[in-house]
Each structure stands twice: as structure tokens, then as C-alpha cells.
Design a protein around this ligand. Structure first.
Ligand code: HEC
Length: 153
């Protein structure tokens, strides 16, 4: 996984006489920012889904929407961990790029867990929904344990 368009931008930067490092750094910052946006989206959907699953709020049909958001957010995991994008107080650990197979397995686990949650929601059985929700939560935490720096938020 490389930062896309880096080659083209380096070419443009060279033509304009700009420092190559500046162009590459800007891209890395955007990649990091986008990654955090996706993660924040996942957090919003899982938080709202959790309240619905626990019965703290009524399900007016929104649970299926949160499940869909979790499926599409985790599908994007494959595109948001460009090597060199751990910049700007990123909590992404070097292990992401040092252990690509283990990291790919963590992404796949989350993708499968969110699809299973979406299917459980469609099925409508509250016990199955609760079990699928817990597995999904573990898939987030499992990746964070190995690939995200300790954090205080
Ligand atoms: C395959 C690994 C992986 C999976 C799966 C994963 N995350 Fe993350 N997550 C990360 C990494 C790495 C970071 C740190 C990103 C950074 O700072 O550059 C992160 C950061 C975050 C953040 C902090 C964003 C911020 O404000 O800095 C939240 C919130 C988050 N993840 C929520 C979730 C939720 C919810 C799920 C499950 C639905 C999930 N993540 C699944 C790897 C993962």
C-alpha cells in the first residue's frame, strides 16, 4: 500500500521547483485525516447502534442504517492505511506495515463481523443481534490492541 499519486505529484513538484518532501508530506497528512474521519464515522455508527441494541432508544428503523454504515466504513479499511501516512500525531503503529498479513486478517475480521451484524439486524432476532454486535466490537478492539497506539480518548 503506497500513497497514490505520489509519483505524479513528485513530478509536478519537481517541475515547479518545489521540495519533493513537501508534496509527499501533504498527501500523507490528507491520508491520515481521511483515515481518522472513517474511524470517527465507525465510532458514531457503533455508538448509536449500541444504544439501540441495548434498548435505550427505540429502533425506528435506524439500526439497519447504522449497520450499513459500519459495513461500508470497514470496507474502506483496505484503502486508508497507506505506508508513510502515520503522520501528524497519528496513532497508527509501524506494526501495520511490518506485519501486513496479520493486519490484513484484522481488517477482514472487522469486515466479516460488520456484515454478520447487518445480517443479524435484517433477521430481527434480538439475541443474534446482541451476539453479532459483541463480535463486531471485539473486531474493532482486536485491531486497536495490536495496531493502534495507546490513547487517552
Ligand atoms: C484493521 C484495524 C482496525 C480496525 C478493524 C478498526 N480500527 Fe479504529 N483505528 C485503527 C488505527 C490504526 C487507528 C489510529 C489511526 C491514526 O491515528 O492514524 C484507529 C483509530 C480509531 C479511532 C480514533 C480516531 C481519532 O479520533 O483519532 C476510533 C474512534 C476508531 N478507530 C474506531 C473504530 C471502530 C468503532 C472500529 C470497528 C467498527 C474500528 N475502529 C476498527 C485501526 C483499526
Amino acid at each position: 500500500m503506497q500513497l497514490r499519486r505520489t509519483g505524479a505529484l513528485i513530478g509536478i513538484a519537481a517541475m515547479l521547483g518545489l521540495s519533493v518532501q513537501v508534496a509527499a508530506e501533504t498527501l500523507a497528512e490528507d491520508a491520515k485525516k481521511y483515515r481518522v474521519s472513517i474511524m470517527t464515522t465507525l465510532k458514531g455508527h457503533i455508538g448509536a447502534a449500541s444504544m439501540t441494541v441495548r434498548g435505550l432508544v427505540d429502533d425506528n428503523g435506524q439500526l439497519a442504517g447504522h449497520a450499513a454504515g459500519l459495513v461500508s466504513g470497514t470496507a474502506e479499511l483496505n484503502n486508508i492505511f497507506q505506508e508513510g501516512s502515520a503522520v501528524d500525531d497519528s496513532e497508527a503503529l509501524p506494526s501495520i506495515w511490518e506485519q501486513p498479513e496479520k493486519f490484513a486478517a484484522a481488517m477482514k475480521q472487522a469486515q466479516e463481523a460488520t456484515v454478520a451484524f447487518q445480517e443479524a439486524v435484517a433477521g430481527g432476532d434480538s439475541e443474534a443481534i446482541g451476539a453479532a454486535f459483541r463480535s463486531m466490537g471485539k473486531s474493532c478492539g482486536g485491531c486497536h490492541d495490536d495496531f493502534r497506539e495507546e490513547h487517552d480518548h
